[in-house]
Every structure is written in C-alpha cells, then in structure tokens.
Design a protein around this ligand. Structure first.
Ligand SMILES: Nc1ncnc2c1ncn2[C@@H]1O[C@H](COP(=O)(O)OP(=O)(O)OP(=O)(O)O)[C@@H](O)[C@H]1O
Ligand SMILES: [Mg+2]
Length: 152
C-alpha cells in the first residue's frame, strides 16, 4: 500500500480529506495509532472524545493486525489509519477508520461470560454512534470505521 493508494482515496469528492497514517501490521503499532489519534483530537479541539476515539482505534487496529496475520499470501503487511471530522452541519464528532488487506468481514460475537476475547466490536458498537465496514474496489481489503460524536 503506497501513498498513492490513499492520495487517490482522498481525491474522491465524496470523502473529506483525512489524516492518513500507514503503520506496520504489528502489535507495537497500536500505541502509535492511539498517539496519532490523541494528537488529532487535541488539534481538532475534541479532547472530550479523545479517550473513546483512542479506545476505538486501538480495538480496530488490533483487529486489523490480527486479520493481516491470518491472511494467507498477504500482499502487504501494513494497516492504514485514517480519521475525519464530521461536517459542521451535523453533530460534532469524528470518524475513525482502519484499513487492512483482508476481505474477511468483522463479526460481532456473543462471547460466553468466561470467554477471554470477543468483546472488542461489542464495545466499539456500544461507544460509537455507528460503525461498519466497506471493501474499497480499487485498493482491495476492507476498511472498518466507527463514528464517535459528542452527543450520543
Ligand atoms: N479487521 C478485521 N478483519 C477480519 N475479521 C475481523 C476484523 N475485525 C474483527 N474481525 C472478526 O470479528 C471477530 C470479533 O471481533 P472482536 O474485536 O469483537 O473480538 P476479538 O478480536 O476476537 O477479541 P477481543 O477484541 O475481545 O480481543 C474477530 O474474532 C474476527 O473474527
Ligand atoms: Mg478485537
């Protein structure tokens, strides 16, 4: 995934300019993703959303890294983080999105009480105003995103 991938994405009129960060598909990148989002939230005056945004990005990045590791013949070993502010005409908030090379969709699980994992997306769904995923036609893989607003 070169920078062309996302400069193309950013040239789409329907998608506002983001703040793209390419990261290695490695667990160490999760802290970098969190720090990036913390900086953006401060720069955008959304300090109140920072904790939630960081948590969401941490969950989505961790999932993206795991999915990349699972993907046989992975064409890339990077994930892509992007963040957008919602338009001023609506509620104040942000969209966090994480790209990975796997076409496998995210699935909300129903873990048993004693299950160790399987709660990440449940928590994201509870904290976000909305979330979803799409598969970019040109780039392959998929993008998982979550919208976080001040009033939710
Ligand atoms: N980016 C992704 N690509 C492919 N599959 C995903 C992705 N994100 C989530 N999934 C699938 O959805 C399931 C549920 O994700 P979720 O984050 O809720 O739980 P988990 O990652 O298994 O465990 P936890 O987040 O609690 O450590 C995952 O086990 C995985 O199968
Ligand atoms: Mg998870």
């Amino acid at each position: 995934m070169g920078s062309t991938r996302f400069s193309l994405l950013n040239s789409c009129a329907a998608i506002p300019p983001g703040n793209y960060l390419r990261l290695a598909a490695h667990p160490e990148s999760v802290a970098k993703a969190r720090a990036h989002v913390r900086g953006l939230m401060a720069a955008w005056g959304h300090e109140g959303l920072s904790e939630t945004a960081e948590f969401v990005v941490s969950e989505l990045s961790t999932n993206a890294i795991t999915a990349t590791e699972r993907t046989a013949d992975s064409p890339t070993e990077v994930i892509g983080l992007d963040a957008y502010r919602l338009p001023k005409s609506g509620p104040a908030g942000v969209v966090m999105s994480v790209w990975d090379c796997s076409r496998e969709p995210p699935r909300v699980l129903c873990p048993d009480e004693d299950a160790e994992g399987g709660r990440g997306l449940l928590l994201v769904a509870a904290l976000a105003q909305g979330w979803g995923y799409h598969r970019p036609v040109i780039f392959g893989g998929k993008v998982v995103y979550a919208t976080i607003t001040e009033a939710q």
